[in-house]
Design a protein. Structure first.
Length: 495
């Protein structure tokens, strides 16, 4: 915890030094999926972003309680409290119980996250499992005068709240125009203003998902679950709330209002938001119908895909951009990510082929002794994962020079280089060698075979059998190996 971590706080629109409320404990809440369809690339970005934050905080020595929810009720088709519940609509289409839909897609989400090497959260609460807590939240807001009952539904009174506090501090939105416009629609809705949002919705007769409450048989509004569950598991005040940038308004803005209206002050210290994955400049999302599921990426089964891309290629692709920057999908970008990932994995694998010398070359010392702090500096600057990858690529270049005997390295420096590269590649960035742990013995055997072939080539050269020597070299080159004859002997690597 000696590192000074800066994170960008959406609330203050600035980078701030991270100071936990109750160090060494950290409370972190991240909005999870609404489980009515297969996870797509857009779901992977927040999952990977906050997985890296989770990993890094733990690496720094913090004891992190990471809560990521499952939305299985209350998320309507339109954010303005209109339309069908997304899960219930899917259930009707497939003639299943809503909880069958929720469970099926929750399982699919977990499987995809496991393939992406996203660590499971400490707690994964479901909205349907916390109806009582949400009803209690609604009652507190009613008791404090910031909500009203209308035809069995309960709505948050945004205009009154805005007079006493300020609605829009996270998104920067000005409510005056919205409120004035909504007055023109008076009498057309059970809301006082169109800006008001549902805390509790009365269920229509055809609505399957419903629970008893003091106001009606119904279901909670979408925004309630995170406020209620965040407070239950992390307390009335906690450190970090994360999610996609598309949740800033209305979801997270409404969460802030609910917290202040119910308990008198804000719950969250740092608000963090990742930017979107786009396709041709448009946000990728199920509601827009322009998404590509993670399974389709892994299998290459989509018209927009030229090939299959491994889970680690997807993870590397996402980490290659800063989490607050946009990432536009393209096959070229994914192929570049695949090459970058392979380069990093090959560099780490080649560490085992580096020969130790009595001392390190000056150029070796320069890279090795700066690498660890360069990676820390990048992570401490609001999780600059592209800069971490850049530093690791420079380390890979050094490894190539060491393998080719162009530079020398001492045993201590090789240990430091190996530990640093593995720490930031595997532990912090969460990448895996997708060749798998079971292939380590095979990799060693594979290397021995190549070495044996090169020994045969060396014997051919010694016998001045140039034809055989050239044939071996050409065959290895065609197979993808780069063979170099140096003054210290022959070296090889996958090109």
């Amino acid at each position: 915890m000696k590192q000074n971590l800066l994170i960008y706080n959406t609330l203050t629109r600035s980078k701030e030094l991270f100071k936990p409320l109750h160090a060494p404990h950290v409370g972190m809440y991240v909005c999870g999926p609404t489980v009515y369809g297969d996870p797509h690339l857009g779901h992977a970005r927040p999952a990977i972003t906050f997985d890296v934050l989770f990993r890094y905080l733990k690496h720094l020595g913090y004891k992190v309680r990471y809560v990521r929810n499952i939305t299985d009720v209350g998320h309507l088709e339109h954010d303005a409290d209109e339309g069908d519940d997304k899960i219930e609509k899917k259930a009707r289409l497939e003639q299943l119980e809503p909880m069958e839909i929720a469970q099926y897609y929750t399982n699919r989400y977990h499987k995809a996250m496991e393939m992406l090497n996203v660590l499971p959260p400490s707690i994964e609460p479901h909205a349907t499992g916390h109806i009582i807590e949400q009803e209690q939240l609604v009652q507190e807001i009613l008791d404090n005068g910031y909500a009203y009952i209308s035809n069995g539904s309960v709505y948050f009174d945004v205009e009154k709240y805005d007079r006493d506090h300020h609605y829009g501090i996270l998104s920067g939105r000005n409510l005056k125009d919205i409120i004035n416009k909504s007055r023109e629609l008076a009498g057309t809705s059970e809301k006082h203003n169109q800006a008001d949002f549902a805390l509790w919705k009365k269920a229509q007769p055809e609505h399957i998902m419903r629970w008893p409450s003091p106001w009606s048989d119904g279901f909670p509004g979408w925004h309630c679950e995170c406020t209620a569950m965040g407070r239950k598991y992390l307390g009335a005040h906690f450190d970090i709330h994360g999610g996609g940038m598309d949740l800033i308004f209305p979801h997270h803005e409404c969460e802030i209002a609910q917290a202040v209206a119910s308990q008198g002050d804000q719950m969250v210290h740092y608000w963090m938001h990742n930017n979107m994955i786009t396709i041709n400049g448009q946000k990728m999302g199920k509601s827009l119908g322009n998404f590509i599921t993670l399974e389709q990426f892994f299998k290459g089964e989509h018209d927009s895909l030229e090939q299959a891309y491994s889970p680690m290629t997807i993870r590397f692709f996402i980490l290659s951009a800063h989490y607050r920057g946009t990432v536009d999908f393209s096959n070229d970008a994914l192929k570049a990510a695949q090459k970058g990932y392979d380069r990093l994995m090959n560099g780490i694998a080649d560490l085992g082929r580096v020969q130790v010398a009595k001392g390190s070359s000056p150029d070796t010392q320069k890279v090795v002794r700066a690498l660890r702090q360069r990676c820390y500096d990048a992570m401490n600057d609001d999780l600059q994962t592209p800069l971490v990858i850049s530093a690791l690529f420079e380390a890979c270049h050094l490894v190539n020079q060491l393998v080719d005997h162009k530079l020398k390295i001492s045993a201590d420096d090789l240990q430091e280089l190996t530990e640093t590269m593995r720490l930031f590649t595997f532990d912090v960035l969460g990448l895996q060698n997708n060749r798998g742990a079971n292939n380590e013995a095979r990799e060693k055997a594979y290397g021995k075979i190549v070495d044996m072939v090169l020994e045969m080539r060396q014997k051919a050269k010694e016998a001045k059998d140039w034809a055989t020597s050239d044939q071996i070299r050409n065959t290895l080159t065609e197979a993808g190996f780069e063979v170099n004859d140096t003054k210290d002997g022959v070296t090889w690597k996958l090109s």
